[in-house]
Design a protein around this ligand. Structure first.
Ligand SMILES: [Zn+2]
Length: 283
């Protein structure tokens, strides 16, 4: 069966990240050749969510940061006021009410924040009132009792309203989740990160999340410094990129400002980006 699936990459946030954080142990003299840092050592970043329309469901993968933190929180991330996920959805012809499901790759604030919004009185409410929420139970447990290192990325006001909605569901199995959408689980960046593979026009589109956040993170040593188990990330990437190069998967990057999609090649020097292209050029 080849279900009819439509995909819409949607920009939720434009922001910046410290280049050293983005590339871990790789020296600036190497990463700065392709990612020119600004005077504050910051590189431009997006949060690109993916809307998956199937015959019966409208699934949003990740949501962006939302609005619940104070101004300083967004300032240090150089987050621009627009776009927002709501605007990008509207531009694609949908409304927040249409979303039936939200699949969270994981629960760091830049991936989950917009699911719960805060009004001027400080009242919290679901941005997508009709959505059911899906996350791995490993990630949920990890986020509810955060460790000292990742603590700054998890917020109770992102998590508890999802639980209280009564619409939170756990995914613990790899494999087919919905027709045409297959789930993989990786643990190097954080525990239980879900990476969906979508069958689209007989191609495999990998929503690469924080597993491979940008095309510049494809080479094995280019692991963000925030990953909790960088050696595991390298092993996970090595096995997955072998498969991706062999089977001509298309990676769709959640955080890459410059490259929406790329293919992967294996060379004598290891894995690297093959061709960079826009999603709309896929036929
Ligand atoms: Zn993350």
């Amino acid at each position: 069966m080849n279900p009819e699936i439509k995909l819409y990459p949607l920009i939720a946030d434009l922001w910046k990240m410290d280049g050293g954080v983005a590339f871990g142990v790789v020296p600036k003299s190497m990463w700065n050749r392709t990612q020119m840092a600004d005077e504050n050592n910051m590189i431009p970043i997006v949060t690109r969510c993916l809307l998956v329309q199937t015959p019966g469901r409208l699934v949003l993968i990740d949501t962006g940061m939302g609005n619940k933190r104070d101004a300083k929180y967004y300032q240090v991330r150089y987050r621009e006021d627009f776009p927002t996920i709501e605007r990008s959805l509207n531009q694609a012809g949908f409304s927040v009410d249409d979303i039936t499901d939200i699949l969270f790759t994981h629960l760091h604030d830049d991936h989950v924040g917009a699911a719960v919004m805060k009004d001027e009185q400080g009242k919290l409410s679901e941005l997508f009132p009709n959505a059911h929420y899906h996350v791995s139970s490993a990630q949920w447990d990890w986020a509810i009792n955060p460790n000292k290192r990742e603590g700054a990325s998890y917020f109770k006001d992102n998590l508890l309203p999802l639980k209280e909605s009564g619409k939170l569901h756990f995914i613990d199995q790899e494999g087919e989740w919905l027709p045409g959408i297959c789930i993989r689980i990786f643990n190097g960046h954080t525990m239980g990160q879900i990476i969906p593979l979508v069958n689209y026009l007989d191609k495999t589109i990998v929503f690469a999340g924080d597993f491979i956040p940008t095309a510049y993170n494809i080479p094995l040593p280019f692991v963000p410094s925030v990953d909790i188990q960088p050696l595991l990330t390298m092993d996970e990437k090595s096995a997955f990129l072998e498969e991706a190069a062999q089977k001509a998967y298309i990676l769709l990057f959640e955080h890459d400002y410059f490259n929406e999609c790329s293919s992967v090649q294996k060379t004598e020097k290891g894995f690297m980006m093959d061709k960079s292209f826009t999603f709309s050029s896929i036929v």
